[in-house]
Design a protein around this ligand. Structure first.
Ligand code: BMA
Length: 844
């Protein structure tokens, strides 16, 4: 009995413009998977679209159709075997021909396809495999025209995008270029077999006391001849060691076994325990022969979303293995416009960065793609929770029968592909489509529970989010929580802060509130909020080619910022808060200070609210990453260079964090009259499970002299509430008629005699402060061959000390506030003894 064999078809491909039928038009493809922009660049036909204005010179590519071809050799086909061409992803309108016969037509890049080509390859020798990719840009416009009665309301990109199942950001977004890719974007294989295991999945139950787990494992048999002689041998291993083995005979093609695991090693998000993974393997056997083997890593854990009525409305937070978890993290967009260019290592680096930044949840946003397996594998391995949107974003989607059918297949395929990942704890129906429903005044009667009526309404996609997708989840991954949209809450208006999740854009977009009040604008779970900042200077140097363009408002810099009104908004937040600058380096830094402050003001307050009956269940900033080198809300740029906000967020998400904050006094609307008094508060937020005892100190330090202007407050033996907030001072008052000098409130927390956390509250806005002559000293401390430490001290308070980011180095901290009498140390990994780092601080 022949073994299952698989040949990856990655080489020997050629491509050409479909309209150019001359034989010389074929150009070699370096490697498949790829998309046409990569292949054109490799052939010298396209300049890097990420540099300068090249995106515009690449527009012609978007309007073309492309053909890919490869000569196939008939593989050895043992008697009784079939040959299948397996496509994991075709982008997007693909007609696949084998020797001029159409074998597949596909119009959804999120689906995989399997085509039996046994007959077609019967004759020995060479066969021509050709794939025509029809122009998705034009096809979308045609499809839209065919349905003029649909209300094509949307924001971002051409509304016609909603007619096509292709990553929506390819039509351009408010952080990304218009690059309409086409190509074989995921693996294609030739498989030869008489039988194979088509799928392997599990259902995992965990006892409430965590003493034992029950794993049911299932495989699906796909065989040419379904006789009863097949057996499936299942093994369960942990850290490479087999712990259990069972054999089953398939019934109706499904083989099932059950394992009981005493004392299971649970999968935990990082910071709460190890992300333990088991391996489940299934071997298909016929007689003595092993025919096919597949394996998956699985995790034993429970994941719940707790929605209970409470004094704030209705809660929305995650409980993993019985532990309530404040989910601080980020929203994720595709890490590149040219998706196949992201390899497993780059995905891993992104997730490693999240862990280094103490972020615990990533939201895969609905305008991108169902990510590569290696993305979720990295999340499983490193203990990062995943909020997974379905791929719909910012629009009123049509629901033609053939589109619904395609969407259903897409959902089935992807949920099957992803369901074993313990990291995935929530599926959401879409991104902001309910907001479009609201803003466009479309019909949404929550009380009407008849899905057929929804289809007939002017918001027909409700059928997708409240019927089609939840049915798929119920069938294929019933233990995973399903949420109709992000944001969404029990059918209430999406801006309702008392229920469901919330996208809070009234800082930056909307009413452009001051970021200092961000904490007062949150809801039960803040799944989007953001502030733009320029990327690292070396990233700017990558896409700005000419020295003459290296000033903050240059044409090319504006071109690399796709957000409507970005100049006004950046300017508003800078002018309100900081003394602005015109040199690029300082300007970059200032925008980054604003972003870091914004993120801190949001996260810090919302984490504090966690302790108030889970008032806020989590915060996912917009956005972690970029898909090209650009100016956006990302806190880490395209080249994985962190912006200062990355460190500000990490500090606020410290497992035990101290917070100090004086009340907001709005200087703009009081005609810049200073307040007479300011209340202040001091607290500790802990995500640890045990009560701690610590010492908390608060000092009042003059910005001008660095001296303590008032007696410090010290609380010894503070009992720190586990997994909650400990309020230490709630009614502090600064009397500015007595303490007239502008001063910072500098808080420190000691645990077991060591400083465990710091926070500094500053008089606002920074532009009124005099930052002259800080007396900052940065000196070298201990060093090894690849690790240097820097000791930092100051005579007067320093705001946002940022160290240079350099590829290959890692900073233990940055974007720090330094105050007198509290020296700090930064460890730089990857820096050699002879190298040094530049740094910058506010008012330098
Ligand atoms: C949110 C997101 C994105 C957008 C971002 C910034 O609404 O869902 O669509 O990029 O805001 O505007």
């Amino acid at each position: 009995m022949a073994m299952f064999t698989s040949h990856i078809l990655s080489t020997g491909w050629y491509f050409r413009d479909s309209e150019d039928s001359s034989p010389e038009a074929w150009m070699p493809v370096p490697e498949v998977p790829s998309v046409v922009h990569q292949d054109l660049q490799a052939n010298g036909r396209l300049e890097n679209p990420y540099v300068g204005f090249n995106e515009l010179d690449a527009r012609w590519v978007n309007e073309k159709s492309w053909a890919y071809r490869k000569i196939l050799q008939t593989p050895a086909i043992p008697a009784g075997s079939v040959v299948v061409l397996a496509f994991d992803g075709l982008d997007t309108f693909a007609t696949v021909k084998l020797d001029d016969t159409i074998i597949l037509e596909s119009n959804n890049m999120f689906q995989a396809h399997r085509v039996d080509v046994t007959k077609a390859l019967e004759t020995e020798g060479e066969h021509v495999l050709e794939i025509e990719f029809d122009c998705a840009l034009l096809r979308a416009q045609e499809l839209r025209k065919q349905d003029p009665n649909h209300k094509w309301a949307s924001f971002n990109g051409d509304p016609a995008r909603m007619s096509v199942r292709k990553a929506q950001y390819h039509w351009g977004w408010d952080w990304g270029p218009v690059l309409m890719t086409a190509g074989i974007w995921r693996e294609v294989r030739l498989e030869v077999y008489s039988a194979r295991l088509a799928d392997l999945w599990t259902d995992i139950g965990l006892d409430s006391n965590h003493e034992s787990a029950h794993v049911s494992a299932f495989t699906e048999l796909d065989a040419v001849n379904l006789d009863s002689s097949y057996k499936v041998n299942f093994t369960l291993s942990f850290e490479g060691e087999e712990i259990a083995r069972e054999t089953a005979t398939p019934k109706d093609r499904i083989a099932t076994v059950d394992f009981d695991i005493p004392q299971p090693r649970l999968w935990w998000p990082h910071g709460y325990g190890n992300p333990n993974l088991y391996e489940i393997a299934a071997t298909l056997e016929k007689g003595q022969d092993e025919v096919h083997k597949i394996a998956k890593k699985i995790g034993i854990r429970t994941a719940e979303v707790i929605q209970q009525p409470d004094k704030h409305g209705k809660s929305f937070f995650f409980r993993i293995n019985g532990v309530d978890i404040f989910c601080g993290g980020s929203c994720w967009i595709p890490a590149d416009n040219l998706l196949p260019s992201i390899d497993a290592e780059r995905y891993r680096k992104w997730i490693e960065l999240m862990v280094a930044g103490r972020q615990i949840m990533v939201r895969v946003w609905g305008g991108g793609c169902y990510e590569d397996d290696s993305f979720y594998q990295a999340c499983d391995d490193l203990g990062v929770l995943v909020w997974q949107d379905f791929m719909f974003g910012c629009g009123n989607y049509p629901t033609w029968p053939e589109l619904l059918e395609s969407i259903e297949q897409e959902a089935i395929y992807n949920v099957r592909r992803l369901r074993h990942h313990p990291s995935i704890v929530l599926y959401a129906g879409n991104n902001e489509d309910y907001q479009v429903q609201e803003s466009a005044g479309l019909t949404y009667n929550y009380e009407d529970k008849n899905p057929e009526n929804w289809l007939k309404s002017d918001f027909p996609a409700r059928y997708i989010y409240e019927k089609l997708l939840p049915d798929v989840i119920q069938e294929l991954s019933p233990r995973t929580f399903y949420h109709p949209g992000s944001p969404w809450g029990d059918g209430k208006v999406t801006s309702d802060p008392t229920v469901g999740d919330l996208h809070q854009w009234n800082v930056w977009h909307g009413t452009q509130e001051k970021y200092q009040i961000f904490d007062t604008l949150g809801g039960r779970f803040n799944s989007e909020f953001g502030m733009e900042a320029f990327p690292h200077l070396s990233t700017i140097n990558y896409f700005v080619e000419h020295e003459k363009d290296k000033y903050p408002q240059s044409h090319v810099l504006d071109f690399h910022n796709k957000a409507d009104g970005h100049e006004r908004r950046i300017a508003t937040y800078l002018v309100e808060n900081l003394r602005t600058a015109t040199d690029l380096e300082t300007y970059v830094y200032l925008t980054q200070v604003v972003q870091a402050e914004t993120m801190m003001f949001g996260y810090r307050g919302w984490r504090r609210q966690w302790g108030d009956e889970r008032h806020c269940g989590g915060a996912l900033l917009w956005q972690l990453n970029d898909c090209w080198p650009t100016i956006s809300w990302a806190i880490v740029d395209y080249f994985l260079r962190p912006k200062p906000a990355f460190y500000a967020v990490a500090r606020v998400l410290n497992p035990v964090a101290v917070g100090v904050r004086r009340e907001h006094h709005d200087w703009s609307i009081t005609h810049a009259q200073p307040p007479k008094t300011s209340k202040f508060e001091l607290w500790v937020a802990s995500s640890l499970q045990k009560e701690l005892s610590g010492k908390v100190e608060l000092r009042f330090l003059s910005v001008d002299t660095g001296h303590e202007i008032r007696e410090r407050i010290v609380h010894e033996d503070v009992k720190i509430v586990p997994n909650g907030t400990t309020n230490i001072i709630t009614d502090g008052v600064i009397d500015h008629t007595i303490d007239t000098e502008p001063h910072v409130l500098a808080a420190r927390l000691w645990l077991d005699g060591d400083i465990a956390a710091r926070d500094v509250d500053w008089p606002q806005p920074f532009k009124y402060l005099d930052f002259a002559d800080r007396g900052l000293e940065v000196s070298r401390g201990s060093e090894t061959a690849d690790q240097q430490t820097f000791k930092i001290s100051t005579q007067k308070p320093v705001k946002c000390l940022v160290f240079e980011e350099r590829d290959g180095i890692r900073l233990s901290d940055s974007a720090m506030d330094i105050v007198p009498g509290d020296d700090q140390t930064v460890t730089v990994t990857g820096l050699r003894p002879e190298e040094t780092l530049k740094y910058k601080f506010l008012g330098q």
